[in-house]
Write a protein that binds this ligand. Sequence first.
Ligand code: ATP
Ligand code: MG
Length: 385
Amino acid sequence: MSKVIVIRYSELYLKGKNRNFFEKLLIDNIKSSLNGIDCKLKFNRSRYEVYDFSDESEIVERLKKVFGIHSISIATKCDYEIENIIAAVSDIRLSGTFKVDTNRADKTYPLISTEVSARAGAEILKNNPGLKVDVHRPMNVINIDIREDGCAYIFKDRIACAGGMPVGSSGKGLLLLSGGLDSPVAGYMMAKRGMRLDAIHFHSYPYTSEKAKQKVIDLAKILVDYTGPITLHCIPFTKIQEEIHKNCASNYMITIVRRFMMRIAERVAALSGCGCLVNGESLGQVASQTLESITVTNDMVKSMPIFRPCIGMDKQEIVDISVKIKTYDTSILPYEDCCTVFLPDSPVTKPTIRRAEREEKRMGDFESLIAEAIGNQEIIHIEKV
Ligand code: ATP
Ligand code: MG
């Protein structure tokens, strides 16, 4: 008899030819998530099993962050003869009501499911005075899984995990990562669909501080638990912002800042093998996220899609996810973002592409500014600790 952690993945996307590819990715991601923990991992008929460990709590916490895992259970594993199953359930302690649910994958097993449940249930009742059977609405369910390989698994809870698809199954995107609440959540949502991420951050030193940049690095460090390693491109944006401030109408400042971010992000994405951009925009949240503003910034990017997974979310929904994924406390630290530098009193809420282009013309040759910013980027590789 031994203690194991059973890992179940969602079968939905595993149909057909891609099955091996997905399974291999998932097992690689599980292995790297358990890095540094003393345990073993085995693959067995559409399930993974962790065994030979001493403390399950850290393993459970890490597995909960691996996309592609549907649920896990901490189980007792034994040879499937009924005497062993009875012995395995004999130290279960419960109160209130319960039922036993048996699932018999091996149809040649000498007892039918209801007989196994009845015998195990009788043993549990014997050891738990006051406990009652309730097959309709039990407070506790003890599951017994009888497998074809001669083993039985006995477990109580199915611990819900992150779901989604294994990271690496949906290409790579470049996340525009500010220090705010929305963009880390946007990155999490794309990783959940299997996307690997790099990140790009624009900073305007000395208008923004070292602490503001560190905050973004800290956010990326939290994200890597879900996304795997992230290469963070830190782009010096001061000169471009100063030129915009000097030459362009102040109510167009934010619109044009955003257009430059998009221009640079698209080029960095192409250079680093990313097939899309990802940002944290949410429709109507602020002046730069009206339909008209998004149209004018979107216009910059021609060669790849821009994904905005937060576009239809309320702020509270975004906050709830950021609390769940533990980026919230870092995101709310009060360090200035480059978008707050030279902030106009009344940014335009209905900008037009033509007017934005006219304003940008006043900056003269800005191509060299873009090339210089990309050339002077700092690249930081962020790995799981
Ligand atoms: P967030 O909470 O993600 O900062 P926000 O509500 O502050 O979002 P904006 O400041 O309008 O919204 O930014 C919209 C999106 O533009 C952000 O979600 C992010 O993807 C991108 N962005 C903004 N500032 C930066 C920056 N300094 N570096 C990289 N991306 C940025
Ligand atoms: Mg912001």
